[in-house]
Write a protein that binds this ligand. Structure first.
Ligand code: B12
Ligand code: SF4
Length: 508
């Protein structure tokens, strides 16, 4: 059987003097200590969608994806072969040093480096000061077409809509560029420009499934106080069900994908839209397994029935806290009762749950943390991440603690939830210790399930005992003797210490 071919650019067939853009994803998986444990590898949808759009608009476009590379050397080789006018680099906090290195490599080969993506959007000056000619802090498609054309034509970028430039130490901001109104105009991601088979066979080797990422919407209409939404702000746009089904079918036909991760900030904000998608997947196909990020206030029990029938395997939930007071302070808009109902319902439907939890938010007391641990203990999600709250510039959380920041936000994964970046109520060591407690509980939940609930219970009580009598007083700088009498439970055997997976990723 002949292999189906990847769709090629439809409009604006590139001519010899068409602008040339090289898009670069600077993430090198082997340099990331967390990759093996926690990061799920998919090609960047930002890069693939930009590439598809640029090609449709007459720009010659290629991609260097460093995910499977050893270093940034492939960028230089690609630059010499392709001779792009513009090198467009996708940025995340984690990959900033690599992004800056790529700017230097681009300039050395006579190309103009332009940055986009969440990190450059959050701190554009840093990128502009350290080698980038321009930053595109928002939706990139239409802007990058104009940037590439201007650069090819020798027209300055200052004043270009949606672009930040710097001159004489000052940042010049072009007028805002309106968001695309209709997301159905987006072409299918340019999968042919990256090593899709590399990603898919890595997944197949690990899980037996050929997994791919899909995005059906842009933005999020909710307003959690700590959430940074630098690129799409509080806007929300949804693709049509037809457009989404086209993409799912293409993934199945072209790449034999059988498992999809819906990467929307919140999947299924519009219930009727989601029901239509699920019903059509059930009736017409494609029949795929899938996972998504969801909010507990949107996941009603009957909806979950349909989602499960349509192939739902795993849900990521931004649970964040087991204290209603803290959920309110964070402006989460969710209730503890909803979390409990959804957690029970997911268990009953045999859908895996991944909880995002957060410690150290302003106003949180030790009692609130205990309430979070109790909730975690009660529902034992199959997977979780417990991070220390990161004040990201541009959020209300950041504004509320900006006079108490501890140095500069770091450029490593330390800024991803394992370090305390502001003067919180307690010392960093206490939060790290709390992360260890969650790690224990996760292990104990497995013991409870597979071995003995009694042993797990005894170990859990012992952990609480150690926390109350030893760790807490020590970490709060008090003598262990002052630990509250009666606060601890009966003693048992000593638990083992495990590293908690403290990451901060996408969160709904
Ligand atoms: C889905 C997702 C994932 C998926 C990735 C799937 C994929 N490969 O696309 C998974 C789960 C694997 C993942 C992993 C991680 N993620 Co993530 N992820 C997201 C999420 C929810 C959506 C990303 C997405 O697809 N957006 C849709 C595309 C179309 O948008 P975009 O990438 O921003 O690109 C647009 C613009 O930014 C701009 N643009 C982007 N690049 C460029 C480049 C140029 C030159 C130009 C002009 C424009 C431009 O144009 C694009 C199209 O309009 C975002 C939150 C969000 N809403 O963005 C977090 C987010 C990007 N992730 C984040 C983080 C921290 C991570 C991890 C480091 C988490 C961890 N603890 O390990 C890892 C990093 C892995 C890696 N390879 O880099 C952070 C990044 C914060 C930061 N400042 O760095 C975000 C913003 C979430 C958050 N608020 O904390 N993530
Ligand atoms: S945390 Fe999730 S639900 Fe809340 S504003 Fe951010 S993306 Fe939306």
């Amino acid at each position: 059987m002949a292999e189906p071919s990847v769709p090629s650019p439809v409009a604006g067939a590139p001519v010899a003097d068409a602008p040339r853009v090289l898009l670069v994803d600077p993430y090198v998986a082997r340099e990331d200590p967390m990759e093996r444990k926690f990061v799920e590898l998919y090609p960047s949808l930002g890069i693939l969608t930009l590439a598809g759009w640029l090609r449709e608009h007459g720009i010659r476009t290629e991609v260097t994806d460093l995910t499977f590379a050893r270093d940034a050397e492939p960028v230089t080789r690609h630059l010499r072969r392709f001779r792009p006018h513009v090198v467009g680099v996708h940025t995340k906090t984690l990959t900033m040093p690599r992004a800056l290195e790529i700017a230097v490599r681009a300039r050395a080969e006579g190309a103009l480096p332009v940055a986009g993506g969440p990190d450059a959007a959050t701190r554009p000056d840093r990128y502009l000061d350290e080698g980038f000619a321009a930053v595109v802090p928002s939706e990139g498609e239409a802007t990058l077409v104009e940037v590439a054309t201007r650069v090819r034509d020798g027209v300055p970028l200052a004043g270009c809509a949606g672009v930040l430039t710097r001159s004489g130490g000052r940042t010049a901001r072009g007028p805002p560029r309106p968001f695309l109104r209709n997301l159905d105009e987006l072409p299918l991601p340019a999968w042919d420009l990256v090593d899709m088979e590399g990603y898919l066979s890595a997944w197949e080797h690990r899980t037996g499934e050929r997994r791919a990422a899909v995005l059906t919407s842009r933005g999020c209409p909710f307003d959690c106080s700590w959430c940074s939404k630098p690129t799409f702000g509080r806007t929300y746009r949804q693709q049509s069900v037809d457009r989404v089904l086209d993409e799912l079918r293409a993934l199945q036909d072209l790449f034999r994908v059988d498992y999809v991760r819906f990467c929307d900030d919140v999947f299924g904000v519009d219930r009727r839209w989601l029901e239509t998608l699920l019903e059509r997947m059930l009736i017409e196909g494609p029949h795929l397994q899938f996972e998504c990020l969801a909010r507990v206030d949107l996941l009603k029990a009957d909806l979950l029935d349909t989602m499960k029938s349509a192939g739902l395997q795993r849900v990521y939930l931004g649970v964040e806290s087991g204290s209603q007071k803290m959920l309110d302070v964070m402006n989460r808009g969710t209730r503890l009762a909803q979390i409990q109902r959804v957690a029970e319902s997911l268990r009953a439907h045999q859908v895996r749950q991944f909880w995002f939890l957060m410690l150290g938010y302003p106003g949180e007391t030790l009692e609130d943390i205990d309430a979070t641990l109790d909730l975690f203990r009660r529902f034992s999600p199959e997977e979780y991440s417990v991070s220390i709250a990161v004040p990201v510039p541009g959020t209300r959380f950041y504004d509320s603690v900006k006079d108490r920041l501890r140095g500069r936000a770091r450029t490593t994964r330390g800024s991803g939830g394992v370090s305390l970046l502001y003067e919180a109520a307690y010392p960093e060591s206490l939060y790290r210790w709390q992360q260890v407690r969650f790690g224990w509980e996760a292990r104990l939940a497995r013991i409870r399930e597979r071995f003995s609930p009694e042993v797990a219970e005894r170990l859990s009580r012992a952990a609480d005992e150690i926390h109350e009598r030893i760790a807490k007083p020590l970490l709060l700088g008090r003598s262990p003797a002052v630990s509250r009498p009666g606060a601890s439970r009966e003693s048992g055997a000593l638990p083992m210490v495990v590293d908690p997976p403290a990451t901060q990723g996408p969160s709904a």
